[in-house]
Each structure stands twice: as C-alpha cells, then as structure tokens.
Design a protein around this ligand. Structure first.
Ligand SMILES: Nc1ncnc2c1ncn2[C@@H]1O[C@H](COP(=O)(O)OP(=O)(O)OP(=O)(O)O)[C@@H](O)[C@H]1O
Ligand SMILES: [Mg+2]
Length: 240
C-alpha cells in the first residue's frame, strides 16, 4: 500500500505558496480541502488583496493542469467551453476545447460576465461535462473551479444569484491584512508574482488523497452538529 502523509503534503504546499502570498495559510488549507473533496470555491475580496496571485500560486504548486479565464462583459459561453472550428485542410469541423478543460480553472472576476456565461460555467461545475456541437465531453478529474468576485465596484457587474452560490462548496471572504503582514508585503519585492513557485505536490498525491477521502470516519454527532447549525441559520428566513 502507498504510504502518504497528508500533513507533510500540506506543509510543502503552504511553504511554496507563501513564496508569493503571505497571510493566507488558512485559505490555502481550505482550497486544498475543497480540491480533495471534489468541490468548487468562491473567493470574495476587495481589489488588490492578492486573490488572483493566491490561486495562481496554489495551482502552480500542484502538478495539475491550470487555466485562467478573465470574465468580461463581452465573454461568450463558447469562449469558456470551446467550439467547432472549420478546418479547410480536412474540409470538416473540428473541436477546439475551451479553457474549462483543465484540472484547476480560475474564473477571475466571475461577476463581470453576463448570466448566460455564468450559467455555462455553473452547468459545467455541476455536470462535470461540456457539450460542444451537440456532443458531450468529460472534464478532467480532478476538476475545480476557483472563482473570484469583487464585492465593490458593482456597477456593470452581475453578482452571482443566491441559488447559484450553492454550487460552490466553500466561500472564502478575504479581509484586509494585519499591520505586520502589510509591512512584510511592503518589504518583500518578490511577493505578488508566481515565477518562483515550483510543483511540490504531484497529481498522484492529489489523486491518492482524493481516494482516501471516503474512508475518513465522521461521527454522527458531528454530522448532526453541522445539520443543526445550517437549520439554525435557515429557519428564521423560512418562517418569515
Ligand atoms: N497577502 C499578500 N501577499 C503578497 N502580496 C500581496 C498580498 N496582498 C496584496 N499583495 C500585493 O497585491 C498585488 C495585487 O495582487 P492581485 O492582482 O493578485 O490582487 P487581486 O485581489 O486579484 O486584485 P483585483 O481584485 O484588482 O484583481 C500583488 O502583486 C501583491 O504585490
Ligand atoms: Mg485579480
């Protein structure tokens, strides 16, 4: 049997990502847990809090394929999923796969694109497949969308509707850094770019952790606690 030390893997990842962004250890742990649990993540925060850099560093430290889609008002669903392109050499159409065909997809500033494009993304997240020219294609595994959203400068944006938010397993809200962290950012010129990030966790390690997830024992008292918490939060809204 393969022996694997999850804590060691997490430590390697945290150390590598901290070359580019600091103060986000907890967030990196959440992202990694989400990846292992086959979920998707939404990161919200004001401009300049290193959201994009955090995701790029996280993806680069893992031996997984990665793509970034910058959401803009003129983006089309096929810019994400792919389309049929006519190839004059063969006299026929062929599939050009879109950037969604990657293990980790950064959907940057997801609220800048209109609902039609967001739907194409959310559909792919739910179904794990994409239809191009009437034919379905499986997305790679693991498949994780990390979307970012900026809660200010809302003019001309399309915030994700409540019902679509639950396609994301976790929502991470970034706050402003502490004075100490800010001082470190100001002092370290190398922070903020991902050029020095190396792959420190292999796809095999990620796959193995994903396969072990199902054998994690969760006592019913914990599940009950989670359900109670959720019901507590949802009840007043349902009753009013
Ligand atoms: N915690 C941090 N660690 C390292 N660098 C940081 C941190 N916070 C901010 N920065 C600096 O902020 C810059 C902006 O980062 P980035 O573009 O990733 O932010 P963003 O949150 O994606 O911004 P926007 O919302 O404008 O897209 C980085 O180049 C980096 O220098
Ligand atoms: Mg950004």
């Amino acid at each position: 049997m393969n022996s694997i030390n999850p804590r060691q893997i997490m430590d390697k990842l945290l150390k590598e990502v901290s070359k580019s962004v600091i103060g986000y250890e907890h967030e990196v742990k959440l992202l990694f847990a989400c990846l292992i649990a086959s979920g998707h993540a939404l990161i919200e925060g004001y401009p300049g809090l290193a959201k994009t850099t955090l995701v790029k560093a996280f993806a680069k430290a893992l031996g997984l394929s990665f793509s970034r889609i910058q959401f803009t008002p003129d983006l089309l669903p096929s810019d994400i999923t792919g389309s049929l392109i006519f190839n004059p050499k063969i006299g026929d159409f062929e599939v050009r796969f879109g950037p969604i065909f990657a293990n980790i997809v950064l959907a940057d500033e997801v609220n800048r694109a209109p609902p039609k494009v967001q739907s194409a993304l959310l559909e792919a997240m739910q179904e794990g497949q994409v239809t191009i020219g009437g034919k379905s294609y499986e997305l790679p595994k693991p498949f994780m969308i990390i979307a970012t959203q900026n809660p200010i400068e809302l003019e001309g944006t399309y915030p994700l509707p409540e019902a679509q938010l639950d396609r994301f397993m976790i929502r991470i809200r970034l706050g402003y850094p502490s004075e100490d962290i800010e001082l470190k950012i100001a002092e370290n010129i190398d922070l903020g770019n991902v050029n020095s990030i190396n792959t420190v966790v292999s796809k095999e390690e990620v796959d193995l952790l994903r396969s072990l997830m199902h054998s994690v024992y969760v006592d019913q008292s914990i599940t009950r606690y989670i359900v109670n918490l959720i019901r507590l939060r949802g009840m007043p809204a349902m009753l009013s």
